[in-house]
Each structure stands twice: as C-alpha cells, then as structure tokens.
Design a protein around this ligand. Structure first.
Ligand code: CDT
Length: 307
C-alpha cells in the first residue's frame, strides 16, 4: 500500500504590526480551505505565523513584547483555526512565539493531527542574529534576545501515516538538524521561515538568499532521504523585504513545487513516503556506510579548532 501525504505549503505574505490575530487567523483559515479543496491531508504554515516578525525591533524591557507571544494553544484567537481544521479533517503545522507559564520564551512550531489533537511541539534550536540592540542596523534581528534555544533538540513523531520531524528557519541551514532527524528515520521535515533578503553582516549574500534557501533544503532532503517542506512568510513586512520561494523538496533533492509570489499562496504536492527508502536503503544506508567513529568532533566541539 502506498503511503501518500498530500501536503500544502501555505506561504504567507507580510503581516504588518497592526494586523490583529483574528485578521491573521482568517487568512490561515482561507489557506486551509484552499488546501482542503486541493485534497491536502496536511497544511504547513510559516515561522511566527500569527504576528509580524517582531525581533526586528528592540525593546528595553522584554515584557513590553509579551503581547507577541502565545501563552496557550489553542487560544481564543486561534481556536477558530483548530475548529475549521477539525471540521475539514485536515492537519496543520503552525509556528508562533511561545511564553511558558514559568516565563520561558521559545520560537515554537506545533503539529496538529486531522482530529485536532496536538501531536508534537518543536522549539527552535539554532537561534540566529544578536542579543543586544544594534542601533546602526537598518533593522534588528534580535532573535537571541527574544528566544532561548531549545534543549529538547530534534524529535521525529509518528503522524499522518509516516515519521515526521520539524525545524524552524535558521535550523534549515545546519546539516546537523536534518541528520539528527535522519537518524530517527524521518520521512518528512516541516520547516517554516522568515528570511530578510538583506543580510546586514554581509550584504554580498543578499543576492544569494534564494539560492542558499533551496541549496540547503535540497541537500538536506537528498542526504537524508526525506521530504522537506519549506514555507516562507515573505514580502515587504514593516519595510523589510523577505524571501518567498517556499518549496516542496522530494527525497531525491528535486523541487516538486515552488511558490512564485511573495504573498499568501498555497502550493501542493502528493508526497509518497516510500520514495524515501530509495535513498535511505541505497546510497544513504546509514547503518552500512556511516562512520560515526570518526565523526567525534561533530558533537564534542562547537567552533573550529586549528591544531
Ligand atoms: N528567522 C530566521 O531564522 N531567519 C534567519 C535570517 C538570517 S540570520 C539573521 C535565516 O536563517 O533565514
């Protein structure tokens, strides 16, 4: 029996600062309904899909930013999304800022099954940007001020008839993210992102943003024999232009669907999970070919050590 997940990558256009949660949830529900009409089992929304990308501003007292975080999920504002998904029997993956009851702040993504139950929660591991205000920048990328890195790492969960993992934005640039999930037999990785086109520390990379985006996800998919679903919040948000180019990548590394706008746009693909074994059972048969005995530096060392 073939194992197909029909996936919708629900790219979003910008969310401006004054857009309310309920405005945004209406957009998410519209994308969900489109996905249902296209026969999707699962819809993937971007990183921080409920708000503008608020780490672009610094506040002196972090509690002034509390209103950007969710303290419960579902909340009164997001309950209509959960209700509609359950009614349509469609699952979803949603990124949001999480403030826990004991005051921890995470960049979080949840996976919700077709019956409305939350089956998995992932908190971002690789937190990019800076922790202090850098007033000379055209905009901040203060994720390291607003979020602590997860100590839980990368899980893989049985859901939608397969083995699914999650990562968030900057995680997609690190081969370790994919490999830790690959070693748990992942078959589909769900990844939301917000990527400003202008990379302040090195503007020579600006023109390469689209190339790097597909480069890392195509490599990660191929080298681990997994589907990768990369979903952007793109377009000009509060004056900052962000990459679209959401993609659905097959275990072969080939792009099977790609967004062509920077707005709310659904792309879909029928993803055969059995395609994964063509790679994990041959070239990337980890058990047969990997050499962990010579990879010690990968986990024992953080930065470069020059002997
Ligand atoms: N959201 C996120 O992780 N964005 C980063 C931007 C580059 S680091 C300032 C990314 O890796 O796309």
């Amino acid at each position: 029996m073939s194992r197909i997940i029909t996936v919708g990558a629900a790219q979003m256009g910008p969310i401006q600062k004054d857009h309310s949660r309920s405005d945004v949830v209406e957009r998410l529900i519209d994308l969900l309904r489109q996905a249902h009409r296209s026969g999707c089992d699962l819809v993937v929304f971007p990183e921080l899909a409920l708000t503008t990308f608020f780490p672009r501003w610094f506040v002196d007292d972090i509690t002034q930013a509390d209103h950007w975080y969710e303290t419960e999920m579902p909340s009164p504002a997001t309950q209509p999304l959960f209700d509609e998904a359950k009614k349509l029997k469609i699952g979803f993956c949603l990124g949001y800022a999480e403030l826990t009851p004991d005051g921890h702040r995470f960049n979080t993504q949840i996976l919700v099954e077709r019956d409305g139950s939350v089956v998995a929660k992932y908190r971002k591991v690789h937190i990019p940007g800076h922790e202090h205000n850098e007033p000379n920048r055209p905009f901040q990328h203060a994720e390291r001020y607003y979020f602590e890195p997860s100590m839980e790492g990368f899980g893989v969960w049985k859901a939608f008839g397969g083995r699914l993992g999650m990562m968030i934005c900057n995680d997609r640039r690190w081969p370790e993210s994919y490999r830790v999930m690959g070693l748990q037999g992942v078959e589909m990785i769900l990844c939301g992102y917000n990527t400003p086109i202008h990379y302040v520390p090195d503007p020579s990379q600006d023109i390469l943003q689209g190339f790097h985006n597909s480069l890392v996800m195509q490599s990660g998919a191929y080298q681990n024999g997994s589907w990768v679903i990369g979903v952007a919040k793109g377009g000009v948000e509060e004056g900052v232009d962000s990459l679209g180019q959401s993609v659905i990548v097959a275990p072969s590394g080939q792009i099977v669907a790609q967004a062509f706008t920077t707005d709310d746009e659904l792309i879909t693909a029928r993803c055969d999970l059995d395609w994964c074994a063509k790679y994990t059972g041959t070239l990337f048969d980890f058990d047969r070919y990997r050499r962990p005995e010579v990879y010690g530096r990968i986990t024992s060392q953080r930065g470069v050590v020059i002997d």
